[in-house]
Design a binder for this molecule. Structure first.
Ligand SMILES: Cc1ncc(COP(=O)(O)O)c(C=O)c1O
Length: 317
């Protein structure tokens, strides 16, 4: 089996008439925030091949590391529920508490509703060591554990976003009879961006990733490495990585990000999240204001999900 079917259908590609009128370029949105179990989001495309690999290896328990507001963990638990696999989330506080209910609301609440098995570890503890310990214990009990790579960003996970790039090309051709000038995506552990870049190789489309995690060159190396695992020839890639919109740190909202959440909600009734999509949208708005992207361009913004985070950060607005 190459893939398990977690999305079940294509995600919608929608035109954003009001945002386009407000900003100038024709802006479309790829709704990877809708569909799939556990609340959806970009991780499901990554898990389609990763979980197939686990099942092919006869594994019965998926182990993932994350924080209490992790989309990756929440959607893994949902996928595991759908497929009747066991999942274990190894959790620590990676984001300073944003309010008194931060660790009980948003993704944390949804994981609780799915009856997730959460193992809390201390700040000083190492994720990999703790996951290995759990895996060893499960193995000694006759179980078959499988450790999910960080952010689902290995080769198998990134291929999910080659699928997404192909889907966008097909959908965009139907709507506009061309390929978009720009794809804009939030960039965390790199797999989403690497898959998109690879899928748009040999086209006029440039992929712009706005980092939400790394502020330095690390992320560029990660994306280059993943891309070279996907494609034998990386000479025709067109992309840009921007680390200027992270703000103070991962998980801490920026003023411009919060403003873009309100803008999308007000103009289009679409919700971005404070951790990922709002920071990427604030980057896109900045590029348009500075004429790096002009009114003659077409843009597809990847909505990678994260809606539960809107609730987790309820007093940031
Ligand atoms: C909503 C959302 N957007 C974007 C990302 C970043 O994707 P990637 O880790 O593939 O760079 C994540 C990762 O957790 C996410 O949850």
């Amino acid at each position: 089996m190459e893939k398990v079917n977690l999305l079940r259908r294509e995600t919608p590609l929608e035109f954003l008439p009001n945002l386009s009128k407000e900003l100038g370029p024709k802006i479309y949105i790829k709704r990877d925030d809708v569909g799939g179990r556990g609340g959806g989001g970009n991780k499901l495309r990554k898990y389609e091949r990763i979980i197939a690999d686990a099942i092919n290896k006869n594994c019965d328990t998926l182990i993932i590391a994350g924080h209490y507001q992790s989309n990756a963990a929440r959607s893994l638990v949902g996928a595991a529920c759908q497929l009747n696999l066991k999942s274990i989330v190894v959790c620590k506080e990676m984001i300073p508490k944003q309010n008194d209910n931060f660790n009980k609301n948003g993704n944390s609440l949804l994981m609780k509703l799915m009856d997730a098995d959460i193992v809390s570890i201390e700040d000083k503890d190492d994720f990999q060591i703790e996951m290995d310990k759990i895996a060893q214990k499960l193995t000694s009990e006759g179980k078959k554990p499988y450790i999910i790579p960080f952010g689902g960003s290995n080769l198998l996970g990134s291929l999910g976003y080659v699928d997404c790039a192909n889907e966008i090309q097909k959908q965009f051709k139907e709507i506009a009879n061309e390929t978009p000038d720009y794809i804009v995506t939030p960039l965390g552990s790199g797999g989403t961006m690497a898959g998109l870049i690879s899928g748009f190789t040999n086209t006029k489309t440039k992929v712009i990733g706005f980092s939400v995690l790394h502020k330095d060159e690390t992320i560029k190396k990660v994306v280059r490495k993943l891309t070279s695992e996907i494609l034998p020839d990386t000479s025709k890639l067109s992309y840009e990585i921007d680390t200027d919109f992270v703000g103070k740190a991962y998980g801490i909202p920026t003023n411009k990000g919060i403003a873009s959440i309100k803008l999308l909600a007000k103009l289009e009734g679409i919700f971005l999240c404070p951790v990922y999509t709002s920071k990427a949208m604030s980057g896109l708005i900045n590029y348009i204001k500075n004429n790096k992207i002009t009114k003659d361009d077409t843009v597809v913004f990847i909505h990678t999900g994260g809606m539960p985070l809107v609730h987790g950060y309820y007093d940031s607005y």
